[in-house]
Design a protein around this ligand. Structure first.
Ligand code: NDP
Length: 258
């Protein structure tokens, strides 16, 4: 089989958390273009529905939208059973939902700290655990977590200690699960994007004013575009990456190189 055929995802059943918009939406569109059926999992059901309809129209693949708060174990279990009901199996899980709160460490409330850790780390763990159980029973699968370059460096000038800590946790959780589940043929990898132009950055009142500074600090002098993460997502979802597990892929336009 040639490499382009190996990159196809025909018939695979995939879900993407935080899939209604931004990076998740772009990943969902890409895997559907490569032949997969895809479930859009998000807190925002209206936007998830719109995204699912758009992807179905663009690609002709089956899509599904499921309202889920990844911090709530009951929601996550319900999401898994909805996907199994409609798709019959789960081959690939993208645990992508995440948030950022920018508060100086000395002013951060416990509530703010817990919120970020809950969504970005506990939410990823709950989603991996629920998808992993299904994949172990099926005899294999691929899980891809969205971490961040913030797992590796401390962003400046904005303060975001909880975010940075949560994303470092995602990278180490990914490696831990890759080891635990290697013999069960469940691969677990993470993607660590640099600054990407999405609602999280472009439409955040605290982050938007910093974009010019980030661009100045960036070797490529620009933010990444969410579609620039599509190829790595398709690669990690499919059989071309059979030997790839426990890896973190930093896609940041060399931002973390110096
Ligand atoms: P967006 O804010 O554009 O999209 C995130 C999506 O996740 C939203 O649809 C949001 O829903 C959803 N979401 C938030 N909390 C939950 C939850 N508890 N349960 C389910 N869904 C939820 O963000 P991005 O696309 O930019 O980010 C996606 C991922 O990429 C995140 O993990 C982020 O940390 C990471 N990342 C982003 C970078 C960037 O520069 N943009 C850089 C590096 C990493 P709602 O609209 O209802 O809040």
């Amino acid at each position: 089989m040639g490499i382009l055929e190996k990159m196809r995802l025909d018939g695979k059943k995939i879900f993407v958390t935080g899939g209604a918009r931004g990076i998740g939406m772009n990943i969902a569109l890409a895997v559907a273009q490569a032949g997969a059926d895809v479930a859009i999992v998000d807190m925002d059901l209206d936007q998830a529905r719109k995204t699912a309809e758009h992807i179905a129209q663009e690609t002709g693949r089956k899509t599904l939208s499921v309202k889920t708060d990844v911090t709530n174990p009951q929601d996550v279990d319900h999401m898994i059973s909805e996907i199994l009901k409609h798709f019959g199996r789960i081959d690939v899980a993208f645990c992508n939902a995440g948030i950022c709160i920018n508060t100086p460490a000395e002013e951060m409330t416990l509530e703010q700290w817990k919120k970020v850790i809950d969504v970005n780390l506990t939410g990823v763990f709950l989603t991996c655990q629920a998808a992993g159980k299904v994949m172990i029973a099926q005899g294999g699968g691929s899980i891809i977590n969205t971490a961040s370059m913030s797992a590796h460096i401390v962003n400046i000038p904005q303060p975001q200690c909880a975010y940075n800590a949560s994303k470092a946790g995602v990278v180490q959780l990914t490696k831990s699960l890759a080891i635990e589940w290697a013999s069960k043929k469940v691969r677990v990898n993470s993607i660590s994007p640099g600054y990407i132009g999405t609602d999280l950055t472009l439409n955040s009142p605290t982050l938007k004013p910093l974009i010019a500074e980030w661009e100045r600090l960036s070797p490529l002098k620009r933010l990444g575009r969410p579609e620039e993460l599509q190829a790595i997502a398709v690669y990690l979802a499919g059989d071309a990456s059979d030997f790839t597990t426990g890896s973190d892929f930093v896609i940041d336009g060399a931002f973390t190189c110096f």
